[in-house]
Write a protein that binds this ligand. Structure first.
Ligand SMILES: [Zn+2]
Length: 236
């Protein structure tokens, strides 16, 4: 029985490995898809920020041109000051200059506000680009690893299943049936270890006397709570 128990434990190790690989096979492509989507969204975000910056910059340049025009206008009016004949005309020109200067101040203010906003957005944009670059590198690596794993997974699964079936054949029919039954009913976990008196299948405590018996691995003992087969392995 000792050997049979050891074998059924080894079958379980293979079984768990098969289940893990099957999960990977299922989850792997989804993970890749999610990572691609994440990158796409980060790129979109960066593009959007760049568009806003470009638009504001365009607006800033427009305002600067306006400012040049306003400055020019003031110079022209100032030149006229020397040509006027009457005080009334002179006063009218001064008023015009004052209004033009007010307009110029307003444009200058707008430019400063735009520049501040552009500067803030550029900082944001820079950190978005940095994050994008970081994620691009991480995802490239992770994708490479996953794709490599997925490319070998069918072969790995086939090998593991072959080993499991071979090993299972060498176990007596009764134990094999108990095992197969538990695998079905207990989500692929039929043989479990016991640590500090706790079943690692259902995490219930087992009686101390039973635990001592379990550690001997010389007869078939099942968990009183979950019915799984016990196999004691130290330091796992
Ligand atoms: Zn249990």
């Amino acid at each position: 029985m000792e050997q049979e128990l050891k074998t059924i434990y080894e079958v379980q190790v293979l079984e768990s490995n098969i289940i893990n690989n099957e999960k990977k096979k299922l989850i792997g492509p989804k993970k890749i898809e999610e990572m691609d989507k994440e990158l796409e969204e980060l790129k979109k975000k960066a593009e959007k920020e760049k568009t806003v910056i470009d638009e504001l910059d365009k607006e800033r340049r427009k305002k600067e041109k306006e400012l040049d025009v306003e400055k020019d206008r003031i110079k022209k009016i100032e030149a006229k000051l020397y040509e006027v004949k009457t005080n009334k005309e002179y006063q009218a020109l001064l008023k015009e200059i004052e209004m033009a200067k007010e307009e110029m101040d307003k444009t200058e203010e707008d430019i400063i506000i735009l520049m501040d906003r552009i500067e803030d957005l550029k900082k944001d944009y820079k950190s978005v680009l940095e994050h994008l670059k970081k994620r691009e590198n991480e995802i490239k690596e992770e994708k490479g690893r996953l794709l490599n794993e997925l490319s070998n997974i069918d072969k790995t699964l086939e090998e593991l299943k072959q080993q499991r079936n071979q090993l299972l054949k060498s176990v007596n029919e009764d134990l094999r049936n108990i095992y197969l039954n538990l695998i079905q009913r207990r989500e692929g976990l039929a043989v479990v270890n016991v640590k500090n008196g706790v079943c690692l299948g259902c995490y219930m405590n087992i009686p101390p006397q039973l635990f001592i018996e379990v550690t001997k691995n010389n007869r078939l003992i099942t968990c009183p709570s979950c019915n799984r087969i016990f196999y004691f392995v130290e330091d796992i």
